[in-house]
Design a protein around this ligand. Structure first.
Ligand code: ZN
Length: 291
């Protein structure tokens, strides 16, 4: 199933996407979902609600995709984390510190919740930097509270998948040894266009991913090429922390980022960035200057 969060008359609504139509789940499920965080509520109660949602696949649409503004499927997750240097070709094009070798440990950083952005909303180029870059990535959404998850069971805690862009401000990223500031500018964590449930995706390590800037394909990979796959990522993270319904994981990018060109090709005002993943759809953002 494809689940979306959208805005209608200034209110956040949950939707079931079917073709170009949307069934309003906030209305259909009524009191089961809070108005505040309906997607997290739906994920947390999925075992109890999924049959009611599935039955709505045949219901008439309440609206259409082109009539609403889609928000990030989880607009305010408890946390969003991202792994760096997780495709070999991206490691080899990157100079982080002094080396181009695969790090001994998984490299994790937060993308703060205030950076989360809708799948078709503009990316704001900050006035303090001319080095804003794109990173097309597969995004995993956690389905249940979990801790110390063995990799063999990690698929059980994933609710679904989205398309993401780990937008990165390279000078802010590289001037310190950890990357939080460079990865958490406002609008720099777009994902969507909707949340595709894990059962519908099948193997998340069997997906083609592409990223285009102004129609030119800059990144092209396959998720089987991750150095640390999603199960290893969840095993590592849950050694440290409890993951909760709606938590967001950006799973890494491949080669072709703007910083790796000579000269670099950073995002400019008016550029359009499109990230597409097989079976999950596409997100598209226009780049605008900070006002
Ligand atoms: Zn990234």
């Amino acid at each position: 199933m494809h689940l979306c969060t959208y805005e209608l008359d200034g209110r956040t609504q949950l939707g079931l996407v079917h073709g170009s139509g949307i069934v309003n789940l906030s209305r259909a499920l009524g009191d089961a979902l809070s108005a505040h965080q309906p997607m997290i509520d739906l994920i947390a109660q999925w075992d109890r609600l999924k049959d009611r949602v599935a039955a709505l696949l045949d219901a008439p649409a309440d609206t259409t995709l082109d009539a609403v503004r889609l928000l990030a499927p989880v607009p305010r997750p408890g946390k969003a984390l991202a792994i760096g240097l997780n495709y070999l070709d991206h490691v080899q094009e990157s100079i982080i510190g002094e080396s181009r070798t695969v790090p001994a440990h998984q490299v994790w950083f937060p993308k703060l919740a205030s950076a989360i952005n809708g799948p078709f909303d503009p990316i704001v180029l900050p006035r303090v930097s001319g080095m804003t870059d794109y990173e097309g990535e597969l995004v995993a959404i956690i389905g249940q509270r979990c801790r110390h998850v063995p990799r063999e069971r990690a698929s059980e805690v994933v609710f679904g998948y989205c398309v993401g862009n780990d937008v990165s401000v390279r000078d802010y990223q590289k001037r310190t040894s950890q990357w939080t500031l460079g990865k958490s500018f406002d609008t720099h964590a777009p994902f969507g266009p909707w949340l595709t449930t894990a059962d519908e995706v099948g193997d998340p390590h069997a997906l083609e991913l592409s990223c285009w800037v102004n129609g030119e394909r800059r990144q092209h990979t396959h998720t089987r090429l991750m150095i640390h796959n999603i199960w290893d990522q969840i095993a590592q993270l849950t050694e440290v922390m409890t993951l909760e319904p709606g938590d967001v994981i950006f799973t890494g990018t491949c080669s072709g980022v703007g910083a790796a060109f000579d000269p670099p090709r950073f995002l400019k005002e008016g550029d359009t960035v499109r990230v597409e993943i097989e079976r999950l759809g596409a997100i598209v953002a226009r780049c605008v200057a900070e006002g």
